[in-house]
Design a protein around this ligand. Structure first.
Ligand code: ADP
Ligand code: ADP
Length: 224
């Protein structure tokens, strides 16, 4: 990923909001980059740009050497709140993207959904409805859904922020185990310094107070 956004300005009712200014960084293949920074400094905006959900007002974003022009199948996203379809079972939620893309779900797709459920510690929960699961469990389903398309890049926007401290820690270790099995390029937004230190190869610290934005500072992390 080559990120080079000189600026992002949103038009609002009261005028304009600047969401991002002069943020440039690269993410290497299979690197885990964590992004820390105060609320409003533009972290979500940045992630939406990598996902192809938003174009920078000025600057450009490249993935695999090509400019990002829109959403793509090889980039998965996990949002802060679980965004599961409430009327669909856990398993149907996980295979939803593949159904959306190809129009049908193969037995292999369902088998893979079961494997991913086991991987995120939810074996046997495939036939449940999202409402029957706790917040932490629903967030795990969201991760399984993002992994089901086997994306090369996984973007995560404060995926654990709604969870209690212990669940966060367990989920952090789960992620490390999942990526040890199958490495991916990950961009992970968090408010937790310890989570960033546990998970990331590098941490990007964004500065700025709400409504304005400074530039970035990269801190390499050396794992023991
Ligand atoms: P963070 O994720 O770091 O909290 P965001 O990327 O969500 O920050 O937002 C950065 C700034 O841009 C904030 O001031 C926010 O209010 C503003 N902003 C984000 N999205 C929009 C939008 N669609 N329209 C107007 N302002 C926006
Ligand atoms: P949250 O922190 O969002 O409330 P947790 O993930 O900590 O949710 O789980 C809360 C409840 O769900 C606990 O009672 C826990 O025992 C149960 N639970 C969580 N994961 C599983 C699982 N894999 N199998 C069975 N029960 C689970």
């Amino acid at each position: 990923i080559r990120f080079n956004a000189l600026g992002q300005v949103f038009k609002t009712r009261s005028g304009q909001t600047e969401a991002l200014r002069d943020v440039s960084f690269d993410v290497a293949h299979h690197e885990f980059l964590a992004i820390l920074g105060p609320s409003g400094c533009g972290k979500s905006t940045l992630l939406r740009m990598i996902a192809g959900l938003l174009m920078p007002t000025c600057g450009n974003v490249e993935v695999f050497g090509m400019p990002v022009t829109g959403p793509r199948d090889d980039i998965g996203i996990v949002f802060q709140k679980p965004t599961l379809l409430p009327w669909a079972t856990v398993e149907d939620n996980i295979v939803f993207p593949v159904r959306h893309k190809t129009g049908h779900v193969s037995p292999r797709d369902r088998e893979r959904a079961q494997e991913l459920l086991a991987m995120v510690g939810l074996e046997g929960f495939g036939k449940r409805l999202p409402d029957e699961l706790s917040g932490g469990m629903q967030q795990r389903v969201g991760i399984a859904r993002a992994l089901h398309m086997d994306p090369d890049i996984l973007l995560m926007d404060e995926p654990f922020s709604a969870l209690d401290a212990l669940t966060r820690e367990v989920m952090g270790f789960d992620l490390l185990r999942i990526f040890a099995e199958k490495p991916k390029t990950v961009v992970f937004i968090t408010h937790s310094v310890s989570e960033a230190a546990l998970l990331a190869d590098r941490v990007l610290v964004m500065s700025g107070r709400p409504g304005t934005v400074g530039s970035e500072h990269i801190v390499p992390i050396r794992r023991p």
